[in-house]
Design a protein around this ligand. Structure first.
Ligand code: SAM
Length: 205
């Protein structure tokens, strides 16, 4: 199944799912908000738009995108119910954008899903101006317990898990650096349990 089809099929369930660690999620939002002030923001892999609805008002403009039409249809429905003037949604991917359009790229639960991480990071680098930021929070399943790393390919073979890579935080930092982005130290925002979501702010220098 193509990635976009997998995620479109998942979309209604994804929209109903509760945020696992609300306090950790809120902590990330508070950390991101000041980074968006006055910025033209591109969100990649926005899903059903919940985070875009929360962060949109903090930015100068906020364009939230996803490859899955099913996700974007739900996000657009949210926007009709609760309008945010500077927020827009589109079915799109990083490669559809070019330089000069955005100051900040934000992606949550996205980098580990890319089939070509270096290629997509090169596009993000091209989109960003000098000094522009990539802000990412994504699972680093390469640091997960053995049984999870074992389970992933089994679920994938059954069509129950998407394409994903078992990256570590160090892998991500290296890939970002290779793409010409300078990372601040990785942050961990979980309020409980073992934190497998690396929060990274990387700057184009
Ligand atoms: C795990 S969901 C995360 C959604 C949202 N960011 C969140 O944190 O709730 C991953 C999203 O990334 C999208 N996605 C996967 N690969 C993508 C790609 N190459 N380009 C853009 N979006 C992608 C999927 O369609 C899906 O909506």
């Amino acid at each position: 199944m193509r990635d976009a089809d997998f995620w479109s099929k998942m979309a209604p369930r994804y929209a109903r799912a509760k945020i696992g660690d609300k306090a950790g999620y809120e902590r990330s939002l508070r950390r991101i908000e000041p980074l968006l002030a006055g910025a033209r923001v591109l969100e990649l892999g926005c899903g059903t738009g919940l985070t875009a609805m929360a962060l949109g008002p903090r930015a100068h403009s906020y364009h939230a995108t996803d490859i899955a039409p099913g996700m974007i249809a739900i996000a657009q429905g949210r926007l009709v119910e609760q309008p945010v003037p500077n927020l827009s949604f589109q079915v799109a991917k990083a490669e559809d954008f070019g330089p000069g359009q955005f100051d900040v790229v934000f992606a949550q639960n996205y980098l580990h899903l890319l089939r070509d991480l270096p290629g997509t990071l090169a596009h993000i680098h091209a989109i960003l101006p000098e000094g522009g930021l990539l802000v990412s929070k994504t699972p680093v399943l390469g640091q997960a317990p053995f049984y999870i790393r074992w389970l992933v390919p089994v679920l994938q073979a059954m069509g129950k898990a998407p394409f994903l890579t078992l990256v570590t935080a160090a892998d991500l930092a290296r890939a970002l650096s290779d793409a010409g982005l300078t990372c601040e130290p990785t942050e961990w925002h979980a309020s409980r349990g073992r934190d497998l979501r690396a929060f990274i702010v990387a700057r184009k220098v």
